[in-house]
Every structure is written in C-alpha cells, then in structure tokens.
Design a protein around this ligand. Sequence first.
Ligand SMILES: C[S@@+](CC[C@H](N)C(=O)[O-])C[C@H]1O[C@@H](n2cnc3c(N)ncnc32)[C@H](O)[C@@H]1O
Length: 459
Amino acid sequence: MISKEYIRELKHKGNGAIIRFVNGTKENNTILYFLENLGYLPKDFDGSWLLNFLNNKNNQIRFWAVKNLGKLSDESYLSTLSEIAKKDSDTSVRREAVSSLGRMRNPKSKEYLFDLLNDEDPKVVCQAIRGLLVFRDDKNVQNVLKPLINHPNEMVKSVIYKEYFSETKTENEQPHPDSYDYLKNIVVNGDVREILKNVPDESIHLTFTSPPYYNARDYSIYPSYKDYLLFLNEVFKEVHRITKEGRFFILNTSPIIIPRVSRAHSSKRYSIPFDIHPYLIDMGWEFIDDIIWLKPEASVKNRNAGFLQHRKPLGYKPNAVTEYLMVYRKKTEKLLDWNIRQYDWSTVKESKVEDGYETTNVWKIDPTFDKVHSAVFPVELCKRVIKYYSFKGDLIFDPFAGSGTVGETAKNLNRYFFLTEKDEKYFNYMEQKIHHKSLFKEKETSFLTLEQFIKTKNI
Ligand SMILES: C[S@@+](CC[C@H](N)C(=O)[O-])C[C@H]1O[C@@H](n2cnc3c(N)ncnc32)[C@H](O)[C@@H]1O
C-alpha cells in the first residue's frame, strides 16, 4: 500500500510520474487511496489522466476522479462534468459532478448548471443552485433562480426562499431572553383565543400543553371532529405567533376513543396527533421529534378483556399505554446555536441539564391522578420538557392549563409561566393550589379575569 508521503512525492515529481504510477497500478484500493489523498491541486495541474477513471466500474473511483477534476480550473472539463452530472448511474457521482462544476467558479459553467436545474434529483438541483449562487448578482442567474420558489421540492424551495425571499426581519426590540412583566407568573381565566389577542408577537420561549380531548371529557364538546381540529388550528396559530424565533412547542396528544352509542355501533377512534400534524406544519412549525410517553399497563383502561376470552382475529384490541409528545420548533433560518448564543454565559451554565437525563425518545413515567382534574400532567413529564427545552428565566406558556402543572413546575425550575384556562372550576383550583407557593419572591403569581389582564397590559 502507498503512503501519503509517497503521494506527495509523486505530485512533486509531476505528471509523468503520476501517469506511470496510475498506469502501473491494478488494485482498485490503491487507486482509490491515491485519489482520496491527492489533496490540494494547483489550478494549472494537468488532470487529463483523471479522465481515464470516469468510466471505471467502481463508483468510488469515479466519485473521487470527479471530485479532483473539480479542484482544477480547466474549463475544457466543464462539458465532461456536465455529461457525468446528467448520465452517471450513481447518484453520489452525479451530485459530486454538479458540485465540481460549481467549485470551478467559471462563468462558462452557468449554462451547464442552468441545464441541471431541471434534474429529477432535488439534491442535484440544490447543488446546481449553490454553484449558480456564486454569480448571485448576475441578473440572468436571478431571473432563472427566483421562479424555483415554486419548485415542488421543499429543500429547493427553502434554499431559494432563504436567498431571495426571506424578509430581513426588523430586529425585535426585546432581547431574546427577556419577556414582558405583565405575562410573568400570570394565570388568566378565559378562552385562550380571546386572551392571546392581548399578547404581542414573539413574547414567549416555550409552550407545553395537552389540549382538551375531542368530546372525550365533559369540558370538551365540539360540533364535529373537523370543528375540533379547526379550534386547535386557531389556538396553535396564535401560539406560533407569540413564540420567539426558533423556540419550541411541545404538544401532548394521543388517539382517543369515543365509546359506542349502543351495542349496534362500534366505538370510534380519532388519530388526533396525525390529524393535527399537517395543520402545524402548514402554519410554520418545523417537526423536530416524537417522544413517546409510556405508562404502566396497569394504569390504563383495559380493552383486552373480550379478546382474552375469544381470541378471534380482527377483534384484537391492544391496551393503549402511550401518548405522544410532538416536538416542534418555530421555523427560522437561524440554527439552534443562534438561540443559545442569545443567553449570557452564566444562564447557559445554570440551565445545563444534569446527568441522568433521558437519552431515548421513550419516557417511562407513571400517570398522575388528581381529585379535581381528570387529565393532569405528571410533574416528571413537565420537568423533563421544561429542563430540556428552556433556559432559566424563560417564559413558559400553557394555553390549556387545567390544574396548572406546567406553571408549578416552571416556577420550581426558576422559569416564569403564563397560563390560560377557560373553566372557572380549574382556575379556582389553581388559585387555591399555588397561590402561596411563589418561589419568585419578587414576582408573586396573579390570577386574573380577561378584563383584569387587559388592564394590566395597558398599565
Ligand atoms: C387536558 S386538560 C389540561 C390539563 C393540564 N395539562 C394539567 O396538568 O392539569 C385541557 C384543559 O383545557 C381547558 N380548555 C378547553 N378549552 C379551552 C379554551 N378554549 N381556552 C382555555 N382553556 C381551555 C379545559 O378546561 C381543560 O382544563
């Protein structure tokens, strides 16, 4: 086997030595190692011997030959690279050929790259766009690229959007880690849709919520399933609006069963998580993760009794021991790193997640039963979400607060909370429960009607 030192020597000796070496080498591995380790090539390097490898049976050899051709500025290779980009049987070789065409940064490559914008492989199209963006000020390039905002592929669309259509946001006056005082440690009694009309854009850091179940409990009656989804759509659009750039929304849902009306009917199952997901994507949330909340079998309703007896296929009914935590991020061009950099060093340090955190997307947590509210979050579930998806001092929102578990936990973890709850019974329950437990001495919890909330906003 040859060494990197040997390759350096060959390059130093010049083309004659290289050609003698490649002509005299039969083993694919050695050729591949040689091509992979050729490293920097001066622009005037004679790469004509690389052309012999472009028809090699080995995909990797073709790939590396193409990559090395891309290091040269010899425009006589442009049409060869373009042919490979269109015709090679291996997708990674095709993609590398487009990328090599772009790397040459030669104005003559534009025509070849334009041609590749019609390719069926979206990655080829993206590489061609990247190559063309070297000439981003060229009017002709702009005229060809801008219409790709209507390209069917989302990756292509997103590259074009970022380049030509994303408005330069007027920087939000409020620094990213800050939030408005009138939203801190506040519980408002009313319909969340009315309340949120009084909350400015980009004012909260994290939302964790479990929406009312579709007609499965007495607090949730909707004329139809479609109406229910439209109601959630309305609320989550507002959640999106008030969420700060690049921050998270964690939605706890699960499919539900509406029991049968009589023995002559079947019960009906509604797949809420899957049905709400397209609405969330449409309104600008980016899907990040699905976390499964796994409960002990003994804690859930037993649906298995009939099947246990008869064992007849089709009548199988598993016990539903899971719920989803669907994790979304408000879509932005900015990376997570940008979000983290908005905080000072000590906040990041103090918010670090300690050892023993959950490493998988299956969270085994016992459910909690409550004497007043029939569907409360376990504190452990809230703890994990808040610790993993927010920093100390952040403002955490729950539009469907129920018994207020998200608020209580946020407070115990040195975050602020903002809760809304329609039902007066649960609102009063929260007031009794947490009124005297303020950890933020400087900011006690306030329990407000919608009218009172609007007044505090205007003070
Ligand atoms: C599944 S429970 C949430 C329980 C909560 N996660 C807890 O730990 O207690 C949903 C709550 O949403 C409330 N709700 C339903 N529609 C609402 C609306 N339009 N505005 C505000 N709250 C609403 C219900 O009264 C119910 O308490």
